[in-house]
Design a protein around this ligand. Structure first.
Ligand code: 9YT
Length: 142
């Protein structure tokens, strides 16, 4: 069993910071359970274009309010605590927090911690080989 808190991840290698949002990955691929679990805090007034071409993601809002644009359909949704969105089709989307938003996110396959968003806003699919080396398995987006 593993027990840990988001507080103890502050400023560790599990805490990723970008200009618009920061994220703590409390479960990663290294735990070897088939998913990763993150807490992402997004700043008010930011515009965030995301696309997880190689991952499924569920996002549960636990604090704050904002708008979610499904760029595949043009539909906009209001997101507030208790609302979840599931990117079951690797959907291109845009999240626009009106206030600071705190989101709990689950990724399948799990994020390893080494991914950075590429120029398309995509995380590459990284898997660990038998020697623990990270290997890129997806086709780069183009
Ligand atoms: C809101 C959202 O999509 N968060 C994704 C997780 C975050 N980008 C991360 O931990 O890398």
């Amino acid at each position: 069993m593993i027990v840990r808190s988001f507080d103890e991840l502050t400023d560790t290698d599990r805490h990723i910071k970008t200009p618009n949002w920061h994220s703590k990955r409390i479960v990663l691929a290294r735990e070897d359970v088939g998913f990763s679990l993150h807490e992402t805090v997004l700043d008010a007034g930011t515009i965030n274009d995301f696309w997880y071409a190689n991952h499924y993601e569920a996002v549960l809002c636990v604090e704050g309010e904002g708008e979610l644009l499904d760029k595949e359909t043009g539909q906009t949704y209001s997101i507030s605590p208790g609302t979840m969105y599931l990117l079951d089709k690797h959907d291109h989307h845009q999240l626009r927090p009106k206030t600071q938003m705190r989101m709990i996110c689950v990724f399948n396959p799990p994020v390893t911690g080494a991914e950075v968003h590429d120029e398309h806003g995509v995380y590459p699919l990284l898997v660990e080989d038998a020697d623990g080396n990270l290997v890129r398995q997806d086709m780069p987006a183009g």
